[in-house]
Design a protein around this ligand. Structure first.
Ligand code: SF4
Length: 297
């Protein structure tokens, strides 16, 4: 067995900076994050112990100070929180700000706004709330159901796979040949790097392990990308969810992780896999059991 790490994986600078700012803010008293600062239960628990609470509904915020996550928020939402007397700190990623600016610019040019992304996702909500009447699409059927407009302005959620985004823009142009479609590529570079590295990895490996929280959109997208190139893909939050039965002697095992997965969790999964590989390689452990399994037997 060989273990291969993707050339790009794990935390992006946007998540790292947001967490650092949250910890700095919490050092001077409890603060509430509106939404999950990072889609990883272990990291959220660590933040809670440092005084960073998480709430999803603005009506439930128990502190005077509020954090906006790296996914950002609409101007409406920020104004509402300020009007209600909260002290708001934005940890919004600069690449999310860039997506907001791109959409605002297209609307100023007279375009009908279209967002490629998940309609319930906090980043997409933040983009859409400032442009009532905009369309949110994620499938070719949704493109086909759009109303014709003379001028469309399209941006994307920062964590969408770029191939999907290009495909939907092409479909929009084909569906409305008389319309002009202006597209701004707002998929962030860390997402592109991780997606590209995941494709390479999945093509080269017999089985791929993707580490990340269950609510992390970019982790789920990495799983889907890997599945397009490798039939054996497993999404886990950490080593406790791995099963020795998923791996066979001689397998090339790929390892990748979403942008909200801490280095420590990736390393723990890699250590588990290396122990399993060593057990498969050792002559006296030909039962192929993971050391933890053998100890329990
Ligand atoms: S995934 Fe991209 S947009 Fe989101 S926080 Fe990371 S770098 Fe920023």
């Amino acid at each position: 067995m060989n273990i291969h790490r993707a050339s790009h994986l794990g935390w992006c600078f946007g998540v790292r900076d947001a967490l650092e700012l949250a910890r700095t803010e919490a050092a001077s008293g409890p603060v509430t994050s509106l939404g999950e600062l990072v889609h990883n239960p272990a990291v959220l628990e660590e933040l809670r112990q440092h005084g960073v609470l998480t709430r999803h509904d603005p009506a439930d915020i128990p502190t005077q100070r509020v954090l906006i996550t790296a996914h950002g928020a609409s101007r409406r939402r920020l104004a509402d929180l300020n009007d209600r007397g909260f002290q708001v700190t934005e940890t919004t990623c600069p690449l999310v700000h860039r997506a907001h600016a791109a959409l605002d610019g297209l609307v100023r040019q007279g375009c009908h706004p279209v967002i490629i992304g998940q309609s319930g996702h906090v980043e997409v909500r933040g983009l859409a709330e400032d442009h009532p009447g905009c369309d949110i699409i994620l499938s070719e059927d949704e493109v086909d159901a759009l109303r014709e407009r003379p001028l469309f302005g399209v941006v994307s959620q920062t964590t969408q796979p770029i191939a999907r985004v290009h495909g939907l823009v092409a479909r929009l142009r084909a569906r409305f040949p008389a319309s002009e479609v202006r597209f701004r590529d707002t998929v962030c570079q860390p997402t592109k790097d991780r997606q590209e590295a995941a494709v390479e990895l999945a093509r080269e490996c017999d089985v791929v392990v993707v580490v990340g929280g269950p609510h992390s959109n970019n982790t789920r997208e990495l799983v889907a990308t890997c599945l397009a190139h490798c039939p054996r893909v497993h999404h886990v939050q950490g080593p406790a969810e791995l099963s020795p039965a998923w791996f066979h002697t001689g397998d090339r095992i790929g390892l990748t992780a979403g942008t909200s997965t801490p280095d420590g969790m990736i390393n723990a999964v890699e250590t588990w896999l290396r122990q399993l590989a060593a057990a498969h390689a050792a002559p006296d452990t030909s039962d192929g059991l993971h050391p933890a399994t053998r100890r329990a037997a």
